[in-house]
Design a protein around this ligand. Structure first.
Ligand SMILES: *Cc1c(COP(=O)(O)O)cnc(C)c1O
Length: 445
């Protein structure tokens, strides 16, 4: 063995790693900087052209969407959300949390996405539309040059009723798949984990969706849904853990965001990087968005992923390089969180491996903090969010605390609001009251 002085830096790293690991296992909040991060790295496995094609497919379907979902009329059948400046909330957070934030904060309001009120209205709906298009083209019922509004007909509904779509969900994915599939005429089975909120299940049942309720968590629901799909030959299983179509559907958001940034005269370059905070469940939504943004902005965009302290599956998978082999319960982490959209114990290996060098880092948050942010976002900006969606809002503060932003750099922060507008009024008011109480009473982080 080589003799020599102890490598202090290395020891420091190991100790820091242990502290972090200790915090995760004990379900304490922590901040993670990805040591494998290569800011200007290329993602070779998926071609950017595929994202452009996904966007074109959504444009082909726009006449149909416009016809059957009147809430999309404003954007002619394109399912899109606002990008809004939330500096009023920034000012409040700076004084409340006693930490300053460099740069403006914008919110990407996917909580307001039409049809299903969450980020799943991108990926989930996209995958069903792609499947519907593939089937119709194969049977010569439509060509890609035609006006797709003709899909809104008895003939097409009858055609699709011969096919079955199966999905497992903690709530929002089932909601978006169920709504669009039943509109098209598909037979649709939604397997819901125990985290799924009752109102989401009721809404789907009212639409004629077959809702299968499970006692177990999300990973178990996926396993059982997959089994059902394997047994049936006319079934299409929407595989949240591995689906490239879902991923691409989510990714289209990046192309749209690029236009919105231009429209707002927001310049993105080395001195003015974009920092994006994305709530993460299984990883598909933040994955697609990160892929799209990295393809467009390269080293000038940095994506941070956020998870609840009780379900840090993706961050654990990335930190350890174990990806889909991670199951949080093995570490004694219970997976229990009110952030139902993020209540995932096993991350997507497909996404983790694809993006392990493209994700800048992440952090975890306690549920208490999610409620607090929910109330603040409403008070300051009139945003109606569900707990999962608020996880991103504290990102700019976390980065400030960690001194992540270099001198002379003025970033633009985007916090991704991933869901909320479909939450029934009485339930949302309970969330808000809980958050408000915490804002007033509790001591802060
Ligand atoms: C699904 C969901 C997410 C995360 O998406 P994944 O693809 O599971 O990582 C975030 N927020 C909300 C509200 C969601 O429903």
């Amino acid at each position: 063995m080589k003799k020599g002085r102890l490598d202090k830096e290395k020891i420091k790293k190991v100790i820091k790693g242990c502290v972090m690991f200790h915090n995760i296992i004990n379900m304490k909040e922590f901040f993670w900087k990805n040591e494998k991060y290569v800011p200007n790295g290329k993602i070779e496995e998926i071609n950017f052209q595929e994202l452009i094609e996904a966007e074109a497919r959504l444009e082909r379907f726009a006449p149909y969407i416009n016809k059957v979902f009147c809430e999309t009329n404003e954007f002619n059948g394109i399912i899109e959300s606002r990008l809004v400046n939330i500096n009023k909330m920034k000012v409040f957070m700076e004084s409340y949390y006693k930490e300053s934030i460099i740069g403006d904060i914008y919110c990407k309001c996917d909580n307001e996405l039409p049809i299903s009120g969450s980020v799943k209205a991108r990926g989930g709906i996209y995958e069903v539309l792609k499947y519907a298009e593939d089937l119709a083209i194969k049977d010569n019922l439509i060509s890609s040059q035609e006006d797709y509004s003709k899909i809104d007909s008895k003939e097409f509904k009858k055609f699709y009723s011969g096919y079955n779509i199966i999905v497992a969900s903690t709530g929002n994915l089932g909601l978006s798949i169920g709504i669009i599939s039943s509109k098209l005429g598909f037979k649709v089975d939604v397997h819901m984990s125990h985290d799924a909120k009752a109102w989401k299940k009721e809404l789907l049942k009212d639409l004629g969706v077959n809702v299968i309720e499970h006692e177990g968590d999300y990973s178990k629901a996926v396993e059982l849904a997959r089994k059902q799909a394997d047994l049936s030959k006319d079934a299409h299983f929407i595989d949240d853990e591995n689906s490239k179509d879902l991923f691409l559907g989510y990714g289209v958001a990046a192309l749209r965001l690029e236009k919105q940034l231009k429209h707002n005269n927001i310049i993105i370059d080395k001195k003015h990087p974009l920092i994006v905070y994305l709530p993460c469940g299984v990883g598909g939504a933040p994955g697609g968005i990160t892929f799209g943004l990295k393809s467009i902005f390269g080293e000038n965009v940095h994506c941070f992923w956020v998870e609840p302290t009780h379900a840090p599956a993706m961050i654990l998978g990335l930190m350890t390089g174990q990806h889909e082999n991670i199951y949080v319960k093995k570490y004694g982490i219970d997976g229990k969180t009110d952030a139902d959209g993020l209540a995932v114990g096993k991350p997507s290996g497909f996404v983790g491996k694809l993006l392990e060098k493209s994700i800048a880092g992440g952090y975890t948050l306690e549920d208490k903090e999610l409620y607090r942010l929910l109330a603040i976002a409403y008070n300051e900006e009139h945003l109606k969010l569900e707990p999962s969606a608020t996880a991103s809002f504290i990102g700019p503060l976390k980065l400030g605390k960690e001194n992540y932003i270099k001198k002379d750099v003025i970033p633009t922060h985007i916090v991704w609001a991933t869901g909320g507008s479909m939450v029934p009024k009485d339930i949302w008011e309970e969330y808000y009251a809980k958050g408000l109480d915490l804002v007033k009473k509790d001591e802060i982080i």
